[in-house]
Design a protein around this ligand. Sequence first.
Ligand code: UTP
Length: 235
Amino acid sequence: MANPPSALYPAPSVVLSVGGSLLNDGKPNAEMAKKLAEAIRSAGVPCGIVCGGGVQARKKVERARKKTGSEFEADLAGIKITYKNADALRLALGAEAGPKVFKDFKTARKAAGRQKFIVMGGTIPGITTDADSALLAEALGAKRLVNVSNTAIYDSDPKTNPNAKKFGTMSYAELISLAQKSDARMAGTHFVFDLLACSLIARSRIETHFVDGRDAGQLKAAILGQPHNGTVVRG
Ligand code: UTP
């Protein structure tokens, strides 16, 4: 994205998708938000950041689904929690993250150059914050995405298969094929990056890093596009 002449910062060239699993274990985890904010700030570069929902979102989604019988309403309940998590991270990042969490891509894009960190939660029902992060990267013209969770990509689930093999690098096609296999499995099991998000990074050739966000050094390296112990997906 071109910078306006009045820009204080370059537009972010990297977007982070921060997993709800890290940010919320029943309520926003302030300690983890602080740790993540320190690691993100230490990289020293502007970032777009999308926050997931975590345990609390899953509970609220389930409750809203039972109460309303509407998937749309259930998703809105999930989105509400992503805003709470995003706000906790925004506050931990300080003044350079601006005064608010953004709720749509066009408004978020307008803030590029004016603030160092552009923090979002979810946007519309029917998608996930994985897809939101890929869309924010497209909106900003960012060519690198970092999925910040607690895992790299494996050829099978390492929790159930002790022989699961970790990918150091893989292609978009390989990632899509793995996500498709996992999409066809039972409800409740979910792949580390959803299928829509995989398709979006592939169509815009956004290099995507999967890294353990609990390790500040690993996260910083991924933000800067340096080698790390996770997985890198590229063409
Ligand atoms: P996420 O699914 O993206 O967070 O949003 P998560 O799954 O907790 O994070 P990870 O992947 O496990 O780390 C929580 C819920 O909010 C709704 C969906 O119901 C989703 O399940 N949501 C989120 C939307 O409807 N639209 C969005 O744009 C984002």
